[in-house]
Design a protein around this ligand. Structure first.
Ligand SMILES: [Fe+2]
Ligand SMILES: [Fe+2]
Length: 195
């Protein structure tokens, strides 16, 4: 049983404008979302490459990457059903801006990587949930609700790994990175993408 740790990550709520922009161009949102899921799988696997000696992390990240590749399949099916265009990944300046706050030396680097991924999962969960509540297609709404639930669980997995890695400092750093993310969102133009 994963302890519910999300309270430790005080993310600001997404403003109402994002959902308006997203619903106005769902093709773009889904096309971007496919890449978000792919990158989530790759990020999880990259932690296994960096920390193979951490058996708990290796297994959690392998399972998480499995979830994310399943999500790629689910989003791909939705896009095909909609007969909508795909798009290349034009990069994710939101994630890049967060990654700039990952410190260099260990053990701070591991803690920050885990918490940055927790932030991305938490934000994704929130926004996929907003979409789930607003999509008119009941199948798409159900899919987004299930994806939002999965990303909540993933956020918690990253937080629990962060807690285990740095029991004394993880909460304070989670609050710092949540504040950093609030600043990144404030400075961004809102576009029809997940982030
Ligand atoms: Fe996912
Ligand atoms: Fe996830």
């Amino acid at each position: 049983m994963i302890p519910p740790l999300a309270d430790a990550l005080p993310l600001v709520p997404t403003g109402p404008r994002w959902l308006e922009v997203a619903l106005a161009d769902l093709d773009a949102v889904h096309a971007d979302h496919l890449h978000c899921e792919r990158k989530a799988a790759q990020s999880a696997l990259s932690l296994i490459r960096s920390y193979p000696e951490r058996a708990d992390l290796v297994r959690e990240m392998a399972r998480l990457a499995h979830d994310e590749t399943r999500h790629v399949i689910q989003v791909s099916r939705l896009m095909q059903k909609r007969e909508q265009p795909a798009a290349y990944d034009f990069g994710d300046d939101y994630a890049a801006a967060l990654r700039e706050h990952i410190r260099k030396g260990e053990p701070a680097r591991l803690l920050d990587r885990l918490l940055v991924f927790a932030v991305i999962e938490g934000r994704s969960a929130e926004r996929l949930g907003l979409l789930a509540g607003a999509l008119e297609d009941p199948d798409a709404a159900a899919l987004y609700a299930s994806l939002a639930d999965a990303e909540v669980r993933h956020c918690d997995i990253f937080l629990s790994l962060a807690r285990d890695a740095s029991p004394d400092t993880w909460r304070a750093r989670a609050e710092e990175l949540a504040a950093v993310e609030a600043g990144i969102l404030r400075d961004r133009t809102i576009v029809a993408r997940i982030h």
